[in-house]
Design a protein around this ligand. Structure first.
Ligand code: HEM
Length: 148
């Protein structure tokens, strides 16, 4: 009787131990946000700075930036990206539709800006996974940005 009891206890302990081990394997650490994987606000700020410098000077896209103060625009876009990538920022600017209303941005201008961003992400050696995630996050905004 005693040995059966011990056997049962040992078996229970074994099952418990292996469940804990399995849970340890299956329980992956909490997923780092895209914001964290990109390198946080300093990295996002650097990417936005470089991209906006390109967008505001490239003949394909510069037309919309005449008379626009780049410094506050860069800050606003960095906050927006920080928020949408899961960072701690609070973007308080206009919605994408409102911000681009009346600018008559075309599909070709939007695509050119995405390619300027893509070049910047390559320049900063952002990983393929993060790059794709960021571009996929921005793609659905096209319908709010483009109005022509
Ligand atoms: C997914 C793509 C885009 C995102 C996430 C984005 C984001 C933003 C944000 C956050 C603002 C600031 C709004 C505010 O502070 O209230 C803004 C303004 C602006 N964006 Fe975009 N933008 C995008 C595409 C474009 C494109 C393709 C162009 C032109 C080629 C453009 C031109 C501008 C201009 C000129 C402003 C300033 C408007 C003003 O101050 O009157 N944006 N954008």
């Amino acid at each position: 009787m005693k040995s059966v009891f011990h056997f049962t206890i040992r078996k229970t302990l074994l099952v418990l131990a292996s469940s804990i081990a399995l849970a340890g394997c299956a329980g992956t650490p909490p997923q780092a946000t895209l914001y964290e994987r990109l390198g946080g606000l300093p990295a996002i700020t650097a990417v936005v700075d470089k991209t906006l410098d390109r967008t505001a000077t490239d003949p394909r896209t510069r037309r919309s930036f005449e008379g626009i103060k780049l410094k506050p625009l860069k800050e606003s876009i960095a906050l927006h990206l920080c928020e949408v990538t899961g960072g701690p920022c609070k973007y308080e600017g206009a919605t994408m539709a409102k911000a681009h209303q009346g600018l008559d941005i075309t599909s070709a201008e939007f695509d050119a800006m995405v390619s300027q961003l893509s070049d910047t992400l390559d320049q900063f050696k952002v990983g393929a996974r993060e790059k794709n995630e960021l571009l996929q996050l921005l793609a659905p905004m096209k319908r709010d940005v483009v109005s022509k």
